[in-house]
Design a protein around this ligand. Structure first.
Ligand code: 13P
Ligand code: SF4
Length: 369
């Protein structure tokens, strides 16, 4: 495969209508056969999701990337997911993100310099090297260099489906946890573990010492980075109350990136894969209110309607993962047609030594989950 050879420019695809793109994607996929695998996150738009060879939540997709034999892993998700695919696949395999602008706004809330500064300040407040006392845990929704930071300090990665196990592991190592970048997943996991929420403190990276007093830092068992998902922060408990008044026999299911008040009111809380499987296995006629991204809920509503299930979206307004939406048929067609012609576009490659340390943190997670 020639990455120097000049490929077809994106401008040739930008104006193509969806139908023409879909035909090009199908033809390029057929020609590439098993050389390319298309992995899609559950939030992906339907006109891209239909081309998935495999779908999943972050953990499932990470495992699939580690297992696939394909030369090219075309990741229809966001940037950190394609980085994980690169990190867990073999060196000769190539991870590709069809649009490099498909980032995750939550991951962007914790940059490596901010995390390094927080770690230094934490050490000053604790009066000891934080490595002795604190396990850094990063949600998989983070950049590879933040994962590497954790790997190099005895820390670990978690996803929404294994955060509880990762917390258990962390507390076997050290007495405190510093969790970034999602405040809400961290709080929910701490709550489920029975940790007194008085000992769970929010670290605001824009403030000196995270906006906390020395005493607050010293007494904290869990420090939570002040970060959030712009999609899941839209859900509020009142939406659940109103729905339950209308459908008293219905059930509520939410993603753990939702605020604690929402998770507390839900009957079920779990990853996108868990949400999908729970609703798929539910009996015909069951009714669901779902607190997660719109594309996934819409797909479940369409599927469920065929079995007489009622599936409603929790939000008052449509809230999609706008960055993941950037992976559209035009970008997927551009990527696959170039691959068919022998040109790699938008390769995601984590450099050394970041890659090795990030892998340490990811592999710790895979072993315990
Ligand atoms: P899942 O791991 O549940 O798929 O969540 C990823 C994500 O980014 C949700 O916003
Ligand atoms: Fe990131 Fe939120 Fe999109 Fe998930 S839904 S990828 S957390 S911006």
């Amino acid at each position: 495969m020639d990455s120097v050879k000049k490929g077809v420019a994106f401008s040739e695809f930008a104006g193509l209508n969806d139908e023409a793109c879909l035909a090009q994607i199908a033809a390029a996929k057929r020609a590439l056969g098993r050389r390319a695998v298309v992995l899609c996150h559950h939030y992906q738009r339907p006109d891209v999701y239909r081309f998935a060879d495999y779908t999943g939540d972050s953990l499932r997709l990470a495992r699939l990337a580690a297992e696939t034999e394909a030369e090219f892993i075309v990741f229809c998700g966001v940037h950190f997911m394609a980085e994980v695919a690169d990190l867990l696949s073999r060196p000769e395999q190539v991870a590709i993100l069809p649009d490099l602008a498909a980032g995750c706004s939550m991951a962007d809330m914790a940059s490596l310099p901010e995390v390094q500064r927080a770690w230094r300040e934490l050490g000053e407040a604790l009066g000891e090297e934080p490595e002795q006392l604190v396990v850094p845990i990063t949600y998989v929704n983070s950049a590879a260099d933040v994962k590497a930071f954790c790997g190099a300090r005895g820390g670990i990665v978690c996803t929404s489906s294994n955060a509880a196990k990762v917390f258990d592991w962390a507390f076997q190592q050290r007495e405190r946890v510093f969790f970034f970048p999602d405040e809400h997943l961290g709080r929910w996991t701490a709550y489920r573990r029975g940790i007194d929420l008085e000992r769970v403190r929010v670290w605001d990276p824009s403030q000196p010492l995270g906006g906390l007093s020395r005493a607050e830092v010293q007494s904290a068992e869990v420090l939570l980075w002040k970060g959030y998902c712009s999609v899941h922060q839209m859900f509020v408990p009142q939406q659940i109350d109103r729905w339950r008044a209308k459908f008293p026999d219905g059930q509520v299911i939410a993603h753990p990136e939702c605020a604690l008040e929402v998770c507390l009111k839900a009957d079920w809380v779990g990853s996108t894969e868990f949400i999908q499987e729970t609703i798929r296995k539910a009996p015909p006629g069951s009714k669901w209110l779902v607190g997660t991204e719109w594309n996934l809920v819409t797909r479940l509503a369409e599927e469920g309607a065929r079995e007489g299930k009622v599936v409603h979206f929790m939000g008052g307004v449509m809230c999609m993962c706008s960055t993941m939406q950037r992976i559209d048929p035009q970008h997927l067609a551009w990527t696959l047609v170039n691959l068919r012609e022998g040109v790699v576009v938008n390769r995601i490659e984590v450099p050394e030594p970041t890659a090795s340390w990030a892998r340490v943190a990811l592999e710790r997670m895979l072993v315990i989950s």
